[in-house]
Design a protein around this ligand. Structure first.
Ligand code: NAG
Ligand code: NAG
Ligand code: NAG
Ligand code: NAG
Ligand code: NAG
Ligand code: ZN
Length: 477
């Protein structure tokens, strides 16, 4: 037998053995080294092995997340949104003064490591979580974020891709091309999507995120939707919220050490389609289907910078990451929608004249959070099926504006409209029964009931107002 052949056979054996173990550790480097030797030469393979030196393995990352959860248990909660193809849990850290509780606050999410070979984001997100924990009640920005936002951090969406040191997941699918697309419906069969993609989609059905960002590597810029064009040409293609997105992307780039001084991308920001169109991307889907304003951040030119540089890259991105989250409460229009009849919060809709986009209010509190560019006048419209719409004009300054709406039910035949409203947003029978109960009892009882509800609503509103004192103005329409 030829010496070379024997050598390759041995390597193949080593490769098979090491890849049979699903454990993710630095020992995986055998697999990588073997594969690359078969394709390439030793010096290249050596370089790839050394790339991950000093980065957290998936096991290290899981340990870091669990340790964080224990160390900072009063302001965090650890949960998993599903598993990767190879069964690695997709752990999320939620940071808030009331983690896991419904509050009248916006939610923000950060996702790292969408592409397996872009590991800087997952490291930065662990830095971010720890910094918030260490500086809560010491630093005003940390305190602001912890107390007024529900921040959800998924450090790695693609742990399998990471352990394979490649872009795609274990099925070699690019997860940022795996979402349903607005133009090319190639991915509309949910069952055929990757488990990582499905986990994100289910997550967004559970939690109403106001905004989010994913962290990538290989460039230095903040990218905003749309990501795809209908004609597949590379052209600027903005969403109805183009100004809003440019504002958000600029917060990131201008708070960064040197992102905004990019020569290639003015201001360090770019429209996705103007850079290169993609289809099935995550940010377009977030904006269209989840009411979530998502950016795609490229945080480092080098996908695998030397691990010793990671703390420096964190410092470069720190203020950007914090300011982007904080912008959800430092700017924009926020408020609640109530029914004038019984003071009940309504899960209505908020639109802004001139912007063809709808933001949904929450089911529990009827609260909404609408990011808008400051220093402009806006006409804000609240709608709810079965109720008369209301609108009001506001001047949005640097700070946030609180704007509550009290909507009157449309006059109609006994009960029919209310019934309709409940049908829209309730999947259990409970509320329908409640409505039937209300209309079934005597009129006197009904008025007494309204009186009591009104009283509670008054109490509740006072508490809410006390909470939103930070806002510059309170307008009740
Ligand atoms: C790699 O495997 C060896 C034994 O095969 C073990 O002693 C070592 O701890 C492993 N390294 C890591 C990083 O898991
Ligand atoms: C091995 O890799 C190095 C570095 O990429 C390259 O310069 C060299 O030409 C390669 N040698 C062979 C024989 O492929
Ligand atoms: C930003 O700074 C880093 C590190 O000094 C450097 O490598 C990079 O080229 C700079 N980028 C820009 C756009 O100035
Ligand atoms: C508003 O956007 C929807 C899609 O979300 C579209 O169907 C509709 O035509 C748009 N309306 C206008 C006036 O552009
Ligand atoms: C705003 O409300 C006024 C009445 O208060 C109404 O005439 C107008 O049509 C409304 N505008 C929108 C955009 O709903
Ligand atoms: Zn990427």
């Amino acid at each position: 037998m030829n010496k070379n052949l024997l050598f390759y056979l041995l390597l193949l054996l080593a490769f098979t053995l090491s890849s049979a173990s699903s454990e993710d550790s630095k020992n995986n480097s055998y697999a990588i080294r073997a594969r690359h030797l078969l394709e390439d030469n030793l010096s290249q393979a050596q370089t790839i092995v050394d790339l991950a030196q000093g980065y957290m393995t998936n096991a290290d990352l899981e340990r870091a997340i669990k340790e964080f959860g224990q160390r900072c248990n009063t302001i965090s909660r650890i949960y998993s949104i599903g598993k990767s193809v190879n069964g690695v849990p997709l752990w999320v850290i939620e940071i808030s003064d009331k983690p896991g509780e419904e509050e009248i606050e916006p939610a923000f999410k950060y996702i790292g490591n969408v592409h397996g070979d872009e590991p800087v984001g997952r490291e930065l997100l662990i830095f971010l979580a720890n910094w918030l924990c260490d500086n809560h009640l010491k630093d005003p920005l940390a305190t602001l974020v912890v107390e007024n936002v529900h921040l959800h951090i998924l450090p790695s969406m693609n742990p399998d891709g990471f352990s394979l040191r490649r872009r795609g997941n274990a099925n070699n699918i690019d997860l940022n091309r795996d979402f349903p697309d607005q133009f090319f419906p190639v991915n509309d069969d949910e069952d055929s999507r990757q488990p990582e993609t499905r986990a994100i989609m289910n997550w967004l059905r559970d939690i109403r995120f106001t905004a989010s960002a994913t962290l990538h590597g290989g460039a230095l810029l903040a990218n905003y939707p749309w990501d795809g064009t209908e004609d597949k040409k590379t052209n600027y293609y903005g969403t109805p919220d183009d100004d809003t997105f440019r504002f958000m992307a600029s917060i990131y780039s201008h708070s960064h050490y040197n992102m905004s001084s990019s020569k290639e991308f003015p201001g360090g920001i770019t429209n996705g389609a103007a850079w290169y169109p993609i289809y099935g991307g995550m940010q377009d889907w977030n904006y269209i289907h989840a009411g979530c304003f998502e950016l795609t951040l490229e945080v480092s030119d080098n996908k695998w910078p030397n691990a010793a540089e990671l703390p420096v890259i964190w410092i470069y991105n720190k203020m950007s990451m914090l300011n982007l989250v904080a912008s959800l409460v430092k700017t924009g229009v926020h408020g609640r929608i109530y029914s004038s009849g019984d003071g009940r919060p309504l899960p209505g809709f908020i639109t802004v004249s001139g912007i063809n986009y709808t933001v949904r209010a929450g089911i529990f509190f009827g609260d909404y959070h609408r990011i808008l560019v400051p220093r402009d006048r806006y006409q804000v419209v609240a709608t709810m099926p079965g109720y008369k719409s209301k609108n009001t004009s506001i001047w949005l300054d640097e700070g946030p504006v609180t704007l509550d709406f009290v909507l009157d039910a449309e006059v109609s035949v006994k009960g029919s409209v209310l019934q309709n409203v409940y049908d829209c947003n309730c999947n259990s029978k409970c509320r329908q029964d409640f409505v039937q109960f209300i209309w079934g009892v005597h009129l006197e009882l009904y008025f007494a009931f309204i009186l009591i509800l009104g009283f509670f609503c008054l109490l509740f509103q006072r508490r809410v107002k006390a909470k939103s004192l930070r806002a510059k103005r309170v307008v009740v329409v």
